[in-house]
Design a protein around this ligand. Structure first.
Ligand code: DQA
Length: 138
């Protein structure tokens, strides 16, 4: 099983970014834990702050990975292009969010990812990624 963990804008700042919402662990540290926990799964981590790069990475993942764990961050709420990219490929995508976006500002309640995703996991902190990976394995 080959899975791509793909993070969008500002998630490279996890650890220092709004720790009250996103916690104080860097994603690199957390990802190391994930690779140990899921040692039989080939996990790859990519991050970009650029919408077009995320579209290209999703397109290129088709036929290469068995699934994508995607946190499109703020682009979740704005990006028709990322939603279309998911629709255009056959690799399944599980949408994740660290925070419970429905308990936050109204503009975070809309997602261009959800209608095209296999499922959505949100609000469990970084554990949301762990749960999303498990969803591909079970
Ligand atoms: C987020 C929620 C988004 O609304 C926000 O823009 C992010 C992170 C989350 O993981 O909780 O950057 O996707």
């Amino acid at each position: 099983m080959k899975l791509l963990v793909l993070n969008g804008p500002n998630l490279n700042l996890l650890g220092t970014r709004e720790p009250g919402i996103y916690g104080s662990q860097t994603f690199e540290d957390y990802f190391e834990n994930l690779t140990k926990k899921f040692s039989k799964t080939a996990l790859t981590y990519r991050q970009s702050n650029h919408e077009g790069d995320l579209v290209t990475i999703i397109q290129q993942a088709d036929g290469v990975y068995d699934g994508i764990v995607l946190n499109a961050a703020a682009y979740t709420h704005t990006s028709v292009a990322i939603g279309d990219a998911i629709k255009a490929v056959s690799v399944p995508v599980v949408e994740v969010h660290i925070s419970n976006t429905f308990a936050r500002e109204a503009f975070r309640h809309n997602s261009f990812i959800s209608p095209n995703a296999k499922g959505v996991i949100l609000g469990f902190g970084l554990k949301s990624y762990d749960l999303a990976i498990q969803s591909f394995l079970e």
